[in-house]
Design a protein. Sequence first.
Length: 134
Amino acid sequence: MRGTLLRHPWLAGELAGRPALGPHSLRRLECALRAAVALMPDITVASQALGAVHAYVLGSVAAQQALRRAEQRTGLSEEEWQRSVGPYIREVLAAGEHPMLARRVLEAEETDPDIDFTFGLDCVLDGLAARLGR
């Protein structure tokens, strides 16, 4: 789903509302529900679990697409934008009022979007497993 949404940026808006009722969408939903019910027989809980995963994927893709749109709109790559705001961020950090932000800027590694997505999805799935006692 993530790959499809990244290839077709217009699609996320369509999937965020009412579900599509075409034959492919219905088959995909049937398959997802069948897999979820195999793990959690309560159809309501299975639907909620699928909704949580769906919402995570949509949100993650929306953030990644927003970065792409910002690059297109400004003409600045992520690195160029970081350099352009660098003097302001250094001033903010020097004031000492945002120690966690300072740690984020100075210590945190920049990670690949695929790694970030996988980490977040693992958190969602682990949370569902814990919630369901698995």
